[in-house]
Design a protein around this ligand. Sequence first.
Ligand SMILES: [Zn+2]
Length: 352
Amino acid sequence: MAGLKQTIIRGGLESLYFSGAHMALRPWVGGVGAILTLHHVRPPRPDRFQPNRLLEVTPRFLAGVVKLLKRSRVDVISLDEMHRRMRARDFGRRFVCLTFDDGYRDNIEHAYPILRDSGFPFAVYVPSSFPDRLGELWWLALEAVINKQKRIGLVIDGENRSFDCATVAEKRALYDELYWWLRARESEGELREVVRDLAARYQVDIAAFCKDLCMSWQEIALLARDPLVTIGAHTVNHLMLAKLPDKAVRAEMDLSRTVIEAALGARPAHLSYPYGDPGSAGPREFKVAAELGFATAVTTRPGVLFESHAAHLTALPRISLNGEYQQLRYVRVLLSGSATAMWNGFRRAEAA
Ligand SMILES: [Zn+2]
């Protein structure tokens, strides 16, 4: 299923590019700017089972994107400057913001040197539990369990079930099935319980992913010293906020900001909602972020920014640089706004 969906998306991006439609549509769908989403930046790995590859691009691809942005007539700006332009309706030039979610160590290792050389500002949204080493990167634990087992047992809806995952095709199918089943749980507590249970049963150390892959407070502080870098909040525990009670939503946002301020001496003005899809962040979350005084907050709803987003600064869409589609021509199409306009049925600001 995931493979088919990828083929359709790739086909759409290709045809928008090669038909020239992305250029023809740009004046209507291009908006005033775009915020790009990235996660990991690291060299490619040969493994055939990489269900989380969508979350990583190579340093070479990032360098290509930087070059493309240099050649395009767009301003690459910080989140503060984006906020200023949106408020002041200063839309004389199109702009792009670069944002990285989760605070992975490869950001400082592989992305930072490229961005520093280019002089491009960028933001890193940090879930405070990650540098506190309490984060659970459950999607990686799930991947590791399926990767090392040929068959796994799991209690689903009170029933003991077992799944074959000997071949790469079976591993991919099982990962997709379990990932979306977990994401559909009523509470993220239940999701975490299931993955903790699996990890314990099959000797996968969940805590190790956080320690191995995420920046420490020292590393974040090092990055934060550079005026090109903005550190944003990404809540404390990286939970699907829309599934939490009101009080917890407020605490997740507010406490993460306080912890980051205590660690770095600067209070984050910008927020990224974990997961960021409509099932994880909706109108209530947008309202709470605004009430707490965040200048901007970003989702992962796909789209470029339009003037009308000035009225929805805590519900901003982004364009994801997905590791499955590392072609510069796709980036051109995505920045033109034509692909996301089609995916969104040509609706503009959507804050519901
Ligand atoms: Zn995240």
